[in-house]
Design a protein around this ligand. Structure first.
Ligand code: NI
Length: 200
């Protein structure tokens, strides 16, 4: 009788081993993610620049400063993009080639890819401006937990304005979000955070 049990117990052992290995991998993955509070956010996307499609993964190997806004924004976006430009110009040449800026419009109705790109380039030639269809923009904003609301303003010549999250995401050379900086962060603070992510 004992012999008939043997194959069964081997199977049980194999099953238990598989479970243990699986749990170990899961735990390992979980603790790696636990080090990075932003691991559940972000990811790759493809939108359109004046020169055609651009994906976040095109910047693999570079640190990316990613910002969402719109070109008719009266002050918040210009301030944050000017800061992005100042961060860039304070880097050494060797550092600068490892850093890119990406501006994504949350106003795709007015901001064509041409307009978004031209706007970004006005601040720095190292900032790429992107747009897309309203659905594409919505999907990327959801991926990055960016909130934007259209506010009708009949009084204004623009017709409407957009309230939006003013967060600069820092994405490492592997495409993973590693830091989020708010509107009140200084140029030095952002540059220090960027430098921390440049592969040594
Ligand atoms: Ni803005």
């Amino acid at each position: 009788m004992k012999r008939t049990f043997k194959p069964v117990s081997v199977l049980v052992m194999l099953a238990l081993t598989a479970i243990a290995v699986g749990a170990g991998l899961w735990w390992h993955q979980r603790s790696a993610d636990a080090d990075n509070p932003y691991a559940h956010l972000g990811g790759d996307f493809t939108l359109t620049s004046a020169n055609g499609p651009v994906s976040l993964s095109d910047f693999q190997g570079q640190v990316v400063m990613l910002y969402f806004g719109f070109t008719s924004c009266p002050d918040v976006c210009p301030t944050d993009l000017a800061r992005m430009s100042a961060v860039m110009s304070g880097l050494t040449t060797a550092e600068a080639v490892q850093v890119a800026g990406v501006f994504v419009t949350v106003d795709p109705e007015r901001d064509t890819p041409e307009r978004a790109s031209e706007y970004a380039r006005f601040f720095s030639p190292s900032i790429i401006g992107l747009s897309g269809t309203p659905q594409e923009i919505e999907a990327v904003a959801r991926q990055y937990y960016v909130i934007y609301n259209r506010i009708e303003d009949a009084e204004s010549a623009m017709g409407y304005t957009i309230d939006h999250t003013a967060t600069t995401y820092l994405i490492d050379a592997r495409g993973v979000i590693r830091n989020r900086l708010q509107h009140d962060a200084s140029v030095d603070e952002v540059r220090r955070a960027v430098r921390n992510l440049i592969p040594g």
